[in-house]
Write a protein that binds this ligand. Structure first.
Ligand code: FAD
Length: 393
């Protein structure tokens, strides 16, 4: 199979980013505006269906292209990038586990700006987002959901939520099911999103109060949720998330390079970039950003190879987790260096302080870097991850 022309792909997505997403990024942050207009523009050009086949209105591209898109969007606006990643992830999970009826109803309208998201985390299990205490109930052959989710990106804004909860009458925490919940359903109660960064994200809490879900909107089989978490949700989410933070690092690096080369101290006629200590920080930031880029490309290619071979993508869950940790740390280090190099100027409202605040979300987002390092260490030590044991399985 011939590979897509990734440079043209980058040029195409960059066009939308520069024309639509970058100009609104400061306002999205300052006024906590949900970036619906950005998602609508991405949708019209097919990007919301980047991984979907052409029959479903998608671009029929691969994970390398998805990574490039998330990265390019992240270069300008982290809020939009996260909304985008959650949407592409939710859509791809439906593409992998959904039936034709679900694909036609939920995925085909992606060009019209219809977006989805993941709704998994619960306060009672914190960052162990795979572990739910909520449980779906039966309503004849249909279902009724009562659940309180502690965080959901695009909360109150998404057209559909991929809700993860225990199956009705679940025997234990691994008996999980997924449901596609129409965003217009009565009983959906989104909470407020007030946070340090990614203000446009609307990643606040959300309650599902007696929300009815028809049987036709159960994703996969009852009890298939654990498999969906490993092989449907995690791979696409982790590559996209890391790519979005890679983009934030790139954006900050570009901004600070421009600033340091353009800003002159007139007393000695020296640019900021003429100070060795500042060049060294920019150099460090460049090396870090490059490392994420190569890692992203390699993992995306491995995901594509598994996908093409019809093999479960969760096979590379640990390498993807390592990538997420590194991308998150790099985004934080690079934005910190950028703020330092910019002096007091970058501390003022603007793209550098915004990226610095936004990047902090990377550390906390699931799997948090603490949890992720624990998984990686356990794997190295030959220990099981023990994700569900505390609950008795
Ligand atoms: C911007 C943003 C967007 C998000 N979007 C979504 C979304 O779209 N959908 C969704 O379902 N969720 C989403 N989340 C939730 C996210 O994935 C986590 O579930 C959530 O941040 C956990 O927060 P908590 O305070 O409950 O964590 P806690 O688990 O209470 O974390 C407290 C501390 O304990 C550490 N910790 C926890 N468990 C362990 C462990 N086993 N080993 C070592 N250290 C541990 C954590 O790293 C952290 O330092 C989002 C979060 C953020 C910040």
């Amino acid at each position: 199979m011939t590979k897509p022309d990734y440079e043209s792909i980058r040029t195409a997505i960059r066009g939308i980013v520069e024309e639509v997403i970058r100009p609104s990024a400061d306002r999205v942050d300052a006024e906590s505006i949900f970036p619906r207009a950005n998602l609508a523009a991405l949708g019209r050009a097919g990007w919301n269906g980047v991984l979907l086949p052409k029959e479903l209105g998608g671009l029929g591209l691969d994970h390398v292209a998805f990574g490039i898109a998330a990265e390019e969007i992240g270069r300008a606006c982290a809020s939009t990038a996260l909304v985008y990643v959650m949407h592409v992830g939710a859509a791809q999970t439906i593409a992998l586990y959904g039936n034709d009826d679900q694909k036609r109803r939920w995925l085909a309208p992606a060009r019209e700006g219809v977006i989805g998201t993941y709704s998994t985390s619960e306060k009672a299990s914190g960052g162990h987002w795979w572990f739910n205490f909520s449980e779906a109930g039966r309503d004849g052959e249909n279902y009724v959901l009562n659940a309180e989710k502690s965080f959901t990106t695009s909360s109150g804004q998404a057209d559909y939520y991929l809700v993860q909860t225990r199956s009705p009458g679940a025997k234990g925490p691994t008996d999980i099911s997924f449901f596609i919940v129409d965003g217009k359903s009565p009983g959906i109660l989104p909470g407020k999103w007030e946070a340090l960064g990614v203000h446009g994200n609307h990643s606040g809490p959300i309650k599902y109060e007696n929300v009815k879900v028809a049987r036709r909107d159960r994703l996969g089989k009852e009890g298939e949720g654990k498999d969906i978490i490993y092989h449907g949700v995690s791979p696409v989410y982790l590559i996209g998330l890391g790519a979005a933070w890679h983009g934030v690092a790139r954006g900050a690096l570009e901004e600070i390079t421009k600033y340091a080369t353009a800003t002159v101290h007139r007393d000695f006629d020296r640019r900021l970039a003429d100070y060795q200590i500042l060049r060294s920080q920019i150099g460090e930031a460049k090396v870090l950003a490059e490392s994420v880029g190569f890692w992203q490309r390699g993992l995306a290619e491995r995901l594509d190879a598994l996908w093409a071979a019809g093999k479960p993508q969760g096979e590379i869950l640990i390498p993807l987790t390592e990538f997420k940790v590194h991308a998150a740390e790099v985004a934080n280090t690079v934005t910190r260096r950028a703020l330092d190099v910019s002096g007091g100027y970058g501390y003022k409202r603007g793209p550098l302080e915004r990226a610095f605040r936004d990047a902090r979300a990377a550390i906390a987002m699931g799997p948090s870097n603490n949890i992720a390092r624990e998984w990686i260490g356990k794997t190295l030590a030959g220990l099981p991850l023990e994700l569900f044991e505390a609950g008795g399985e």
